[in-house]
Design a protein around this ligand. Structure first.
Ligand code: TYM
Length: 327
């Protein structure tokens, strides 16, 4: 059986980077795999969160899963903290993680860089992420490019545990899309589009109005060449815009290059904004219908039940393998 697990952290407003790297692949993948999509709130609190915002954003991410097209009848949608097995196996995975390998994680280095103090949980974050995945015996994990290193560590931990305690976990494979897995900031194509960038124009949010989206794309940096073609080395800013266009329109890179041949950047950027607006409007409408509904609560309760059921057997097996007293 092919099984997928993945999630988007509720640590900031969702942007189109998360859509390209995660949400859109989730929609495609749900028909081919048994899927578990969750809201990693335990991961969000590895950095300081305002409780009201955490509450709202956790619901937001779940609502976006549904609004973007994940069918809750087929896939489990749930909140990580509703399934305590994540925290339990997370602790067990921490005991198998080495200080050295955790110290090498680039996300930890980036997030701790320049800070006077960071939480211990930010450091052990990848052990909890491994638990999220291994609990479900997931065969595949769709993620953006920035999660590749965490996935490698998950695979290492699964193999290490299996070698030490006997075959327990499936060793998962990442699924990283060729298009959309690395959407960069609109103001600086050397930095990932991120919810934490203080420049609001660098990042298109899932709930931005059509006018905000148009304004942000009109301000997006390009280059002086005036030619719409993909070349990540020489033309990173324009290549980023072409990839966004491809992700949101479904058109191939070659078709986009042909369509804008000899036209400069003006009409390309205007059309790009419209392609994104067209995709986001129905998602925003469905989000508004569902965000404060009973339907969302029911979906999350059902999802947590289904996930708990799937997680229970693996947790029990892992505890027994480690020598815990189990009945
Ligand atoms: P997070 O919340 O930072 O991002 C969620 C997903 O979106 C992808 N992503 C992007 N893809 C393309 N371009 C971007 N600019 C961009 N920004 C974000 C991320 O790669 C990710 O796939 N640690 C994870 C959450 C997590 C998880 C898990 C994921 C916790 N446990 C288990 C999978 C399986 C994270 O912080 O993602």
């Amino acid at each position: 059986m092919k099984r997928v697990i993945s999630g988007i952290k509720p640590s900031g407003e969702l942007n189109i980077g998360g859509y390209g790297g995660a949400l859109q692949p989730f929609i495609t993948i749900q028909h081919e795999y048994e899927c578990f999509f969750f809201v990693p709130d335990l991961h969000a609190i590895t950095v300081t969160q305002d409780p009201k915002e955490l509450y709202q954003r956790s619901k937001d991410i779940a609502a976006f899963y549904i609004a973007a097209g994940i069918d809750p009848k087929k896939s489990a949608i749930f909140i990580q903290s509703h399934v305590p097995a994540h925290a339990e196996l997370g602790w067990m995975m921490e005991t198998q993680s080495h200080f050295g390998e955790l110290s090498r994680m680039t996300q930890f280095k980036e997030k701790s860089d320049g800070k006077d103090s960071v939480s211990a949980a930010l450091f052990t974050y990848p052990a909890l992420m491994a638990a999220d995945i291994l609990l479900y015996q997931a065969t595949h994990v769709p993620v953006g490019d920035d999660q590749k290193q965490h996935l490698e560590m998950t695979r290492d931990l699964a193999l290490r545990f299996n070698n030490r305690f006997g075959s327990t976990f499936v060793v998962p494979e990442p699924i990283i899309q060729s298009l959309g897995s690395r959407i960069m900031g609109l103001d600086d194509p050397s930095k990932k589009m991120s919810k934490s960038n203080p420049n609001r124009n660098s990042c298109v949010l899932m709930l931005d109005s059509p006018d905000e989206i148009r304004k942000k794309f009109s301000k997006a940096v390009t280059d002086s060449e005036g030619s719409v073609h993909l070349d990540w080395e020489a033309k990173p800013a324009v290549s980023n815009l072409i990839e966004i266009y491809a992700v949101f329109s479904g058109d191939s890179i070659a078709a986009i290059e042909r369509q804008y041949e000899g036209q400069g950047y003006g009409s390309f950027k205007r059309d790009l904004a419209e392609v994104v607006v067209e995709k986001l409007i129905p998602i925003q409408e469905r989000y508004k219908e569902i965000i404060d509904s009973e339907e969302l609560i029911t979906i999350l309760k059902d999802g947590a039940l289904k996930a708990s059921e799937a997680a229970k057997a693996t947790l029990h097996q892992a505890k027994r393998a480690m020598g815990f007293v189990t009945f």
